[in-house]
Design a protein around this ligand. Structure first.
Ligand code: C2E
Ligand code: MG
Ligand code: MG
Ligand code: MG
Length: 276
């Protein structure tokens, strides 16, 4: 490789790098101005109890109405927000808005037990996370036992001792903890018994496959182990009556999915009733 070639490659690399950089800067400023202009909002997906035929709770899921032109789903901006630290501002908005809304529903007599909020590992890592949660609960008047915080296995990449302390502090505040997307990653059962987790959510990639392959055995085993560990087990992404039947037979009575409802707009929640 000549000196000349090396130089040219270096220039090409820089250009490519710059292009990505420019895009990212504009996405970053779009998110910032989106936060200022209230372009972010929450939708709410019911969590259904099959045995009682009741709504256990609602999971808050963020949407971005970008410049009033298009609705951007979370997978298109949350990873970037995590990379840049913008997730901190987004997360504060989500938590406060979800708690405020839930407190209002309680006042209005809407029946539910929990409001679930997805929290990124980066949020959990902040020194003031607990204080923020505390302040938001005080400010909105939401009783802590209504709040369920959903974590993913990514939190386990961090310092375990610190994680345990934070989770125990949240638990002692009366907040409920859920492990989201179980079965989509390494899915270690051991930490489930070590962490103060109350709810285990089985990932959609597994529940959607129970009728076509080996995943039936995996899902029924996860349900059994989950229950043996004293956890509430929730199946995510349930779309068909056949999967509901499978879950009933395997003793999993709490589900979320399009079969019952897609995430609802906020005004739809008070009037939402379960079909069949
Ligand atoms: P998640 O927490 O596992 O949420 C479930 C996702 O599956 C939601 O997608 C929901 O709309 C979708 N879903 C539910 N039932 C069904 C079904 O029956 N079929 C299919 N095909 N999909 C179903 P959504 O709202 O696009 O969110 C995607 C992910 O983005 C969430 O996965 C969560 O990890 C993340 N996310 C959403 N809102 C927030 C937030 O406020 N903060 C953070 N940190 N992450 C969020
Ligand atoms: Mg979730
Ligand atoms: Mg999930
Ligand atoms: Mg997910």
């Amino acid at each position: 490789i000549s000196k000349e070639n090396g130089k040219r490659n270096a220039v090409l690399f820089d250009l490519k790098h710059m292009e990505g950089y420019v895009n990212k800067v504009s996405l970053e400023s779009d998110i910032r101005s989106g936060l200022d202009k209230h372009e972010f909002y929450l939708v709410y997906q019911p969590k259904v109890n099959l045995k009682r035929g009741t709504i256990e709770g609602y999971e808050a899921l963020i949407r971005w109405n970008k410049k009033g032109k298009e609705i951007i789903p979370p997978n298109d901006f949350i990873p970037f927000a995590e990379e840049t630290g913008l997730i901190i501002s987004i997360g504060k908005y989500v938590l406060e808005e979800a708690c405020r809304q839930a407190a209002l529903w309680i006042k209005q007599g809407v029946r539910f037990k929990t409001i679930s909020v997805n929290i990124s590992p980066i949020e959990l890592e902040q020194n003031d996370f607990l204080a923020n949660v505390h302040t938001i609960l005080e400010k909105t008047g939401l009783p802590p036992h209504y709040l369920e915080i959903e974590l993913t296995e990514n939190v386990l990449m961090k310092n375990m001792e610190r994680l345990l302390k934070i989770l125990h502090d949240l638990e002692s505040m009366g907040i409920i903890l859920a492990m989201d997307d179980f079965g989509s990653g390494f899915s270690n059962f051991r930490y489930l018994s070590e962490l103060p987790i109350h709810t285990l959510k089985i990932d959609r990639s597994l529940t959607s496959q129970v009728l076509i392959g080996r995943d039936a055995v995996i899902v029924s085993s996860i349900i059994n182990i989950g229950h043996s560990l004293g956890l509430e087990v929730v199946a995510e992404g349930v779309e068909t009556a056949e999967v509901i039947e499978f879950l009933r037979e395997n003793d999993c009575h709490t589900v979320q999915g399009y079969y019952f409802s897609k995430p609802l707009e906020v005004h739809q929640v008070p009037e939402f009733v379960l079909g069949n």
